[in-house]
Design a binder for this molecule. Structure first.
Ligand code: HEC
Length: 109
């Protein structure tokens, strides 16, 4: 019996391995890749996972640009955003704002 269990386990492992080998790779756009640096706090889909970090998904693009520029200029301060924003160019800011505003906002509760 034990041998049979082992063989079944080996068989299943083989099936799972071949299934993952043939499944297509998940498509990640360059912008999704770039936005990974934000996802720890703002969520992978722009919906934050806690009460103190804002959702970005579906927010107005112009508002996001302004907030990021304010952070960069030191007019708006936050210890978590400060190290992130330091190295952002105007292009980065425009791209992040367009990307997050294009995401679906969280459903109304
Ligand atoms: C370590 C956590 C952390 C990371 C990583 C992070 N943020 Fe933030 N972000 C915050 C917090 C916290 C706030 C809210 C600050 C406050 O209370 O004023 C914020 C605020 C913002 C706001 C203003 C939102 C609003 O509604 O006013 C924008 C825009 C933003 N972040 C964009 C980004 C982008 C783009 C990235 C990735 C490049 C990023 N953040 C990465 C923590 C983070």
């Amino acid at each position: 019996m034990k041998v049979r269990t082992f063989l079944v386990a080996v068989g299943l492992t083989a099936v799972f391995e071949s299934a993952s080998a043939i499944s297509p790779p998940v498509e990640v756009t360059p912008m999704e890749e770039k936005a990974r640096q934000c996802s720890a706090c703002h969520g992978g889909n722009g919906i934050s996972i806690n009460a103190l970090w804002p959702n970005l998904a579906g927010q107005k693009e112009g508002y996001l640009v302004k907030q990021l520029k304010d952070f960069r200029a030191g007019k708006r301060k936050d210890p978590l955003m400060a190290p992130i924003i330091k190295s952002m160019s105007d292009t980065d800011i425009a791209e992040f704002a367009a990307y997050f505003s294009s995401l679906k906002p969280s459903p109304a509760k």
